[in-house]
Design a protein around this ligand. Structure first.
Ligand SMILES: [Zn+2]
Length: 276
């Protein structure tokens, strides 16, 4: 699909195909068949994935995978679900993130962001503890001049407050965005893209579907969040980057445009944000 598009515009950047901006391909759910999943994803038109960091212990294994595949990129962060396992004081985290990013970059790893980090109101970890771990990662992104991958669940006002406090210059993405057009535009005005995934395949997600149809095309990037976030009709199954074309198709239908247009625009947005 993208090849003809690329020839049409005479621009090699357009030939890239879909980019999965958020995929936990390093998780155990893919241990048995990771390479086969990636082959099928490539065949389905996915050209690259960004694999977020979730815990200090996981950073090493994540970048061991990233170093072995030129189409994979990594990030360094502590996800809110792993805050309860954090073995260092939050006051040491900013430095730990900076040191790890520096080490990965020095060794030639493709490290493109800080995250995923953020706030999740649906877990037991108290919000002030989550904030104490989120803030040093915001500070690290500012120091490193890297974009942020933000996980915000039922916590838009707290996330927005933190972003306004730190104003990370390279912006980032609100991954798995769900919410109103008003909130989406607030993020976009702060330099944060909206990560669009499986949620929009559910007709009951009416508000989010209206939002993604209405916001500027320049603000949207695609993601699987695999192995989580199964699409409508696949509930209970492992999600996979190979299904990303379904997100592109759904987004194209909601916005009244073509899959080629969605593919090209979101890939170009993702490249711009993460400097791929
Ligand atoms: Zn994630």
């Amino acid at each position: 699909m993208s090849a003809s598009n690329g020839q049409l515009h005479g621009c090699q950047m357009i030939d890239d195909g879909l980019i999965d901006s958020h995929c936990h391909l390093d998780f155990d759910a893919f241990a048995a068949d990771r390479d086969a999943v990636w082959q099928r994803s490539r065949a389905a038109g996915v050209s690259s994935v960004i694999i977020p960091g979730v815990s200090i212990r996981q950073w090493r294994t994540l970048f061991a995978l990233v170093r072995n595949n030129p189409d994979w990129y990594g990030a360094v962060g502590v996800h809110p679900w792993w805050v309860k396992d954090l073995a260092i004081a939050p006051t040491q985290l900013q430095q730990a993130v900076i040191e790890r990013v520096d080490a990965e970059m020095r060794s030639g790893s493709r490290c493109v962001a800080v995250g995923e980090c953020g706030l999740d109101a649906l877990i037991k970890t108290p919000m002030d503890r989550q904030l104490a771990v989120f803030r040093p990662q915001l500070a690290a992104a500012c120091d490193l001049e890297l974009p942020l991958i933000v996980h915000g669940v039922k916590a838009h006002s707290e996330v927005l407050r933190a972003l306004k406090q730190f104003r990370p210059r390279c912006g980032g993405v609100i991954h798995a965005f769900a919410g109103s057009e008003e909130i989406a535009r607030e993020y976009w005005n702060l330099g944060f893209y909206l990560g669009i995934g499986g949620t929009i395949t559910y007709p009951r997600a009416a508000k989010t579907r209206r939002t993604v149809a209405a916001v500027p095309a320049e603000s949207l990037i695609l993601e699987s969040d695999a192995p989580d976030m199964p699409h409508a009709g696949r509930q209970g199954e492992r999600n996979s980057p190979e299904y990303l074309p379904n997100i592109a198709l759904t987004l194209a239908e909601l916005r009244g445009t073509t899959v080629e247009d969605v593919t090209q625009t979101t890939a170009s947005n993702t490249r711009q944000l993460f400097d791929l």
